[in-house]
Design a protein around this ligand. Structure first.
Ligand SMILES: [Zn+2]
Length: 307
């Protein structure tokens, strides 16, 4: 009995130094798709993560509180050397708590669910105060509102005015909400927005999966359009993920894809998402680094970012 606490403390330090070593050995990563405990569904703690197509058996258990999500997310960031995360929630208080608890580690951003719920005027004040640095995830597709809907126009205007990056959920994957519309996720529906704001930096969740042809066409024509590789690395069958990423890279778009975990309330998915990219044998070392760090650094215009 006497030795037990000492042994567990030793074990604790052993595991800490193990993390430190692996984080040190790892090159830095930027996670362009994180949420502060946010998921647009009511879920009991321990709920499994989403998976497609049904029937399928996902592995994982949802966190119970924002504190648990934060601790586990930070743990994964340390383990994988994630130096920066684009972090959103519809609850901006939680976002600001995370930013305060881990200064310099997050770009704070509002999650837009139904247009109007977070008012553009309030967001404007937050930009002026320097408390927010991004727009989105714009998740209006979850309620059937497409990117070209006039109700979203004020958000794009605002992002263009303050020159902040925009993440939008425009894809054929989404949570089982009654208002979700697959057709509202076609990347072509973003065209008028991009034509109107040619300098706006926009990136699409899951690079518009599975609208491959539409995504390629849009990325060819609009050089400020990027795509993230996020939920698709752990929600759909892995071969389908690789097929999509390889097709985008073969189309010459490897400099415009960015890693994201979309961890929501399953922080352990961060590691799974990184490993999905690292295991891709069709990516050169340089292409892997581009996806995990360089492309996001350029997109975000970080100091010292590659051209
Ligand atoms: Zn998301």
């Amino acid at each position: 009995m006497k030795n037990r606490p000492a042994a567990s403390v030793l074990l604790f330090f052993a595991s800490l130094s193990c993390f430190a070593l692996s984080a040190q050995e790892r090159t830095p990563i930027i996670d362009m798709h994180m949420h502060a405990h946010h998921i647009p569904l009511k879920l009991a703690p321990g709920s499994p993560p989403p998976c497609r197509p049904s029937p399928c058996q996902p592995e994982g258990a949802a966190t119970g509180t924002p504190e648990e999500s934060f601790e586990k997310t930070i743990d994964m960031m340390q383990r994988y050397n994630i130096v920066l995360g684009f972090l959103s929630s519809a609850n901006l208080e939680i976002v600001q708590e995370w930013v305060a608890a881990a200064p310099g580690r997050f770009i704070a951003s509002p999650f837009i669910e139904k247009p109007g719920e977070l008012s553009p005027e309030m967001i404007r004040q937050e930009y002026i105060a320097g408390r927010l640095g991004g727009m989105g995830e714009i998740g209006s597709q979850l309620y059937g509102v497409a990117p070209n809907d006039p109700a979203l126009a004020p958000y794009f205007e605002l992002a263009a005015e303050f020159d902040v990056p925009v993440l939008i959920h425009t894809a054929g994957l989404g949570p089982p909400l009654p208002g979700f519309r697959t057709a509202a996720g076609n990347p072509l529906l973003l065209e008028e927005v991009l034509a109107r704001h040619p300098n706006l930096r926009v990136y699409l969740e899951n690079s518009g999966y599975p609208f491959l042809d539409e995504m390629i066409a849009m990325m060819y024509h609009y050089p400020n359009l990027y795509g993230d590789l996020s939920t698709m690395s752990w929600v759909i069958p892995r071969p389908a993920f690789h097929q999509y990423v390889e097709a985008l890279v073969r189309a010459g778009l490897g400099k415009r894809l960015m890693f994201g975990s979309d961890q929501m309330r399953w922080p352990e998915k961060i590691g799974e998402a990184i490993e999905a990219i690292e295991e891709a044998d069709y990516l050169s070392e340089e292409q892997t680094r581009d996806i995990l760090y360089n492309n996001a650094a350029r997109f975000l215009r970080l100091e010292g970012a590659p051209e």
